[in-house]
Design a protein around this ligand. Sequence first.
Ligand code: PEP
Ligand code: MN
Length: 353
Amino acid sequence: MNDLQPIAFDGLDTSRPLLIAGPCSAETERQCLDTAHALAREGVQIFRAGIWKPRTKPGGFEGVGPEGLAWLRRVKAETGLYTATEVATRAHVEAALGAGIDLLWIGARTAANPFAMQEVADALQGVDIPVLVKNPVSPDLELWIGALERIYNAGIRRLGAIHRGFTSVDKSIYRNHPVWSIPIELRRRIPNIPLFSDPSHIGGRRELIAPLAQQAMDLGFDGLIVEAHCSPDAAWSDKAQQIAPETLAYIIRNLVIRDMNASTESLNELRSEIDKLDDELLDLLARRMRVSQRIGAYKKEHNMPVLQARRYEEMLGRRARQAVERGMDREFMRTVMQAIHEESIRQQMRVLE
Ligand code: PEP
Ligand code: MN
C-alpha cells in the first residue's frame, strides 16, 4: 500500500491535524444543523454523523436512516463543512454516495467481519472517495490490515485508519482499551497510512477526551474524530462521551502539536543511548535463557515438570510490585515477565526433547 494518498479535500488546511467532529448519530435536522453551525464556527473541517447505527443489542436507536442524508446535504450547503458517515452494507454505500457524502468510515463491528468488509469494498469499486477504517473490536492487527487491504484492492487510495480502542475483559477506566502498541505497529507496517484517533470511543467519558487526544498527537497521529453534540446530555446514543462544540474547541486549542520532523542533536544522542540499552537488554535476556536451559537439564535429570505454577505466580507478583515502586505500570511488567517466561519454557522444553 505504498501509493496511499493523504485524506485531503479542496481548500482543507493539511498543515494541522485534520479534525472530524459531529454527533454520534444524526437525530433530527435541527440537531444536525445546530451542531454543524457551532462546529464550523470553531474551525472543524469535516462533520460526522451516524445515519445507520450498529447497536450491540436490538431495540436501541438504530439511526434515522436515509432521511438523515438530506440533513447532511443541508449541513454542507449551509456551513461549507465536508460531511462523513458510517457505512456497513452495499445499500449504505450507494445511498451515501448518491447523497454526495464526502467521506465514509467503516465501524469497528463491520471491520471485524470480512464478509461485510468485502461487500462494502465491492460497492466502492471504481469510486474515488476518502475512506477511513476503524480498528475491529478485537485487538487483532491482522484483521484490521485485512479490512484496509480489501478497501485498497477496490481502488481506494485516499485510505486511512481510525484507532478507537479494543474490547477487553479487563476492567479499566476506558470504554475500549487503547492498546497503543497496535496502532504503533500498524504505522510500522503501513508507514504512509493516515492515522486518526477516536478519543470519544476509546474513553467513553467526556473527561478522557482531552488526555487521549493529546496522547494521539504525541504519537504523531494525523487527525482526530470526536463526537460533539449541540446538547450532549440529551444525545440519543453515546451521551456520556459527547461534548459541546465549544468544549471541543477548547480542547483543540490546548493540544500541543509536536513537530514530527524536528530531530535535534540531543534527540539523536538520546536515541543512541536507547539503542545501547536495548543491546544490553538483549544480552541479559540471552544470558537468562542460557540459565533456563540449565534448569531444563536439571529438571530432566530429576524427572521434574517444566512448569511450576506457584513459583511463576510468586515471581510475577513480586516483579509487578517492584515495577510499581520504580514508577512503571504493573500490567506492563506482568506482560514483560509473561513473555520472558514463555520463551524460557520453550527453551526448557527444547532441552527435554
Ligand atoms: C461511532 O462512530 O459512532 C461508532 C459506532 O463507533 P465504533 O464503530 O467505533 O463503535
Ligand atoms: Mn458513537
